[in-house]
Design a protein around this ligand. Structure first.
Ligand SMILES: [Zn+2]
Ligand SMILES: [Zn+2]
Length: 340
């Protein structure tokens, strides 16, 4: 079998490995599709993701679906042949945050495909991998493995919308029209937003956002400015500081701003008085908890139809080409690798 490993900045190798075996309570999965996410791109193009540095070969990939190839002793949740979405979140289940129902804040989190801990938590860009059965969410029906691999980013968007509070009847701003921005548009529509405006610095992502339900789009930087004090809830998804500043200016008094994207890891000059004088609620949204379960259901029923967001699939052997395609926002929204 083949595994994709990032050894260092721009050093990604597709390597031969032995197929692992599932122990008690575990399953062996064959990769269905694996979505390339911003963090995977940071690891590949920079050798780091913010403060998480690649210090040993890292298998990237935390957005994946698969087919159960074999099950270990005692497994009851899935059987061979099942099509599943795979949750990359291994929260401890025992700490104060987990017990409060906020597993994304777990004190002992292991998240697949991440260099946040050492040894690194290896990800899912490999032909076969072993998981605990509880990580697997079996799905019936004709939903494709490519669609199922959207469960993780859709969960991010659903969690962001949850952090934004009640959206029914509200005017919503989303800054950033990549995969998470577009999924946030879809999640905000589900939640009853009355109007959704999206900004991005490129035209193609804005067209993509319109295709999944944005009511208005605006080219940031070169186009007309956002209206002042126009939005009840803003989602800053781009991870761009100028976008956050524009969201603060465009927020109504009493608005909620949710920071979803990762900003550069450095101190930023910020006019906090706007937050004070407008009584803004500035909130973070980090990964997800129960929203992963919801995401799988929305995908399985196609109440959220993510097919327009899938720009391309590459065999694992062409992972380098896949990473370059994923990084080119003029061409791609979501790019996936698939087993050969
Ligand atoms: Zn992701
Ligand atoms: Zn915990």
């Amino acid at each position: 079998m083949l595994s994709c490993r990032i050894h260092a900045k721009e050093d990604l190798r597709v390597e031969a490995d032995a197929i692992p075996e599932a122990g008690p309570g575990e399953v062996l999965l064959k990769l269905g599709a694996g979505g390339i996410c911003g963090s995977d791109l940071h690891y590949y193009f920079e050798g780091r993701n913010g403060s998480f540095v690649v210090r040993e070969p890292l298998v990237p990939g935390h957005e994946a679906s698969g087919v159960i190839a074999a099950v270990g002793a005692g497994v009851t949740r899935v059987k061979p042949g099942d099509k599943v979405a795979v949750s990359p979140s291994h929260a401890c289940g025992a700490c104060d945050y987990c017990r409060e129902g906020r597993e994304q804040l777990c004190r002992k989190m292991r998240f697949l495909g991440s260099a946040s801990v050492f040894p690194h938590t290896q990800g899912m860009f490999r032909e076969y991998f072993v998981m605990g059965e509880r990580q697997c969410y079996p799905v019936a029906g004709d939903v494709s493995l490519g669609e199922l691999a959207f469960a993780e980013p859709l969960a991010v968007a659903l969690h962001a919308v949850n952090r934004g509070g009640d959206l029914l009847g509200k005017s919503v701003l989303v800054t950033g029209a990549g995969t998470i921005g577009c999924l946030t548009v879809m999640a905000a529509r589900l939640a009853g937003a009355a109007s959704i405006t999206v900004t991005d610095v490129l035209e193609r992502p804005l067209a993509q956002a319109r295709s999944v339900g944005a009511d208005a789009t605006l080219l940031a930087g070169s186009g007309p400015a956002l209206p002042d004090a126009a939005f009840d809830v803003a989602f800053e998804v781009s991870g761009n500081f100028n976008a956050l500043k524009s969201a603060v200016a465009a927020a109504k008094r009493g608005a909620v701003i949710v920071q979803v994207g990762t900003l550069p890891h450095e101190p930023l000059p910020f006019v906090v008085n706007d937050i004070m004088a407008k009584e803004l609620d500035l909130r973070g949204a980090f990964r997800w908890g129960i929203e992963f379960d919801w995401a799988v259901r929305y995908l399985a029923s196609r109440r959220v139809d993510v097919r327009p967001l899938l720009s391309g699939q590459f065999p694992l052997t062409d992972a380098v080409a896949a990473f370059h395609a994923a990084a080119d926002k003029r061409r791609s929204t979501k790019v996936q690798v698939v087993a050969v």
